[in-house]
Design a protein around this ligand. Sequence first.
Ligand SMILES: Cc1ncc(COP(=O)(O)O)c(C=O)c1O
Length: 370
Amino acid sequence: MLPVFRPCMGKEEVDAVAEVLTSGWIGLGPKTAEFETKFAEYLAAPYAVALNSATAALDLATMLAGVGPGDEVIVPTITFVSTAHAVMYRGARAIFADVDRETLNISFADVERKLSPKTKAIIPVHYGGRPIDVRRLKQVVGDRVTIIEDCAHACGASYYGQKVGSEGNISCFSFHAVKNLAMGDGGALVTHREKDWDRAKRLRWLGIDKDTWTRSDANRKYWWQYAVPEIGYKCHLNDIAAAIGIVQLKKLDAMNGRRREIVRMYTEMLRNVVETPPDDTPEFRSAWHIYCIKCKKRDDLAVYLQSQGINTGVHYYPIHLYDTCYGTQPELPVAEAEMKRIMSLPIFPDMKDDQVTMVCEQIKKFYSTK
Ligand SMILES: Cc1ncc(COP(=O)(O)O)c(C=O)c1O
């Protein structure tokens, strides 16, 4: 079965893990710190805090933004549930915004409609890896509203020549098993503010001011002492995952380059068959985590492709329709219409040209009999 996603791991990652496993330190320690420094350097951002997921990063980000009961936070409805759950963790209200029909990124026009005096923050998602125009969004929401970028799909994407997530807002990355930079599970919170960096490092480690690695420094006096200035969580990265991340980071641009080649092939072969996603522009370069087509008879096509050994996905069922968690929400017509047509095709760096061709041929074959 051809999967939709597949991590691209090799001997270097295996060796890196072996080195950590035999080092005597496998928890939060020097590899995590090294990954943080290298990831921040890669983005050209001052501070990164490594966590166990993007969900944790979004959770801490809403804390840093001071979101609390009575506040509203705008989120796009087409995203993974973590984006909206992070608002609920704070006891605040998620206000769902519709998406742009072409890109499936948050609709700025709908954001304008959803802004209110209670809006504390907004969490735009760079859907599929395609950057939203963060500078324009800032003009739309103004200085009063904190922008928390959900960059889970956008590791390595760029925007006006700079990496997505480096703009100076709070940015949240995922290194989950099938993300562009994969570690099994992992995440990062990126910030330009030293104060937020400091606090996020405490919050990931139960609110304790000094982690065990720092306290293990042989030159430290009273190494057993620490303070607990606030209640935090247990959501830091560990050195085993970080070691994988250090290797993956070196390969990230090349892996994303291969994704771009696959995208070029798909779009060339499918342009006249289904609706293909918009191409990159010189200013907006997607990380192509997802290759999302829009098509007629989506469900039948999915079943047909599966019968031919090709898995596909639907990213995502609009969250505002999960009424058990979110109650009855106002209609979001674009998302509700597009949800019936979207299909994610297989895309991963190790995918071979003939596999891409095979997917396209099967799609053409399906439509030729319809
Ligand atoms: C848009 C988006 N945000 C957040 C997350 C959460 O990431 P993680 O699995 O690292 O918690 C995901 C995961 O797929 C995602 O797609």
